[in-house]
Design a protein around this ligand. Sequence first.
Ligand SMILES: [Zn+2]
Length: 281
Amino acid sequence: MIFFFGTRAAKIKERRLNRTTCPHCSTRDSFTVSTFGNYFHFFWIPIIPLFKKHVAECSHCRKSYAYSQFTPDMRHSLEVENRNNPAKRPIWQGCGCLVITVLFTIVMSLSLYGVYLRSNGEELFEADGDSRKVLLKEDMEKRTTLLHRERDSLSFALKSCIEFDIVSGLDTENIGYFTKKLDDKLLVLLKIRNIDEIKAHYRKDIVDVIEDCIDEIDLNNTIGELYIGVEGKWNMVLIKTPTDADLGGRFADENKLLPFYGPEEFPANTEGSNTDDAPEK
Ligand SMILES: [Zn+2]
């Protein structure tokens, strides 16, 4: 019966046993000792090296002796041989350990990678499958206090308005700005970390300043719809869109900004497709 795992033996070395006499035929120095390395195998792959076994055979009478049957001079001769010419195991007898270690490492890496992918997937899943939330999140991360006069001309103008109009001691240098134009729609996102310097019911003045400012800048009336989102230290505090508003100054629902990116069923292509032409369902 064949077992898929168990122990096997492989001959490692053959050596002569000097200064010995065969107890059976009394021939001198007629012994050859074969050393076998036993190992544990799984599907014939050597996994763990086990004990060694020595068998001596007389070349004259062909009688073989297990180690337990060795005479004292045979044992002594073997000891001398082990010192001078040791029987070393070939490296393959332990290779299964290496193979298992490598396989284990690969499996662990793959499963960790799987967990990583799944956690990323959950992040997207949290966005309800509404790709507009991802777009808004990305745009919120683009708000910056370091504005370039030409490159961020709109944000730059807005910053000037706010610095001019808001004189309540707000640290206007630390306000983050982001503006984005999509067809005739304009998204304005602000991050005001120290908004608590303004009392909640005065905060909506910031939205008025932004609206007036955009009005002033937009001489050719290219902006039809204005979407404003002002975030405080922790959350959105002010939202104003053409159809909705949260102007209490403490908490605003940022989902109200999503129509900027297009209708829910047909997420807008931010590269400039005309979302107004999206077919009605
Ligand atoms: Zn013999």
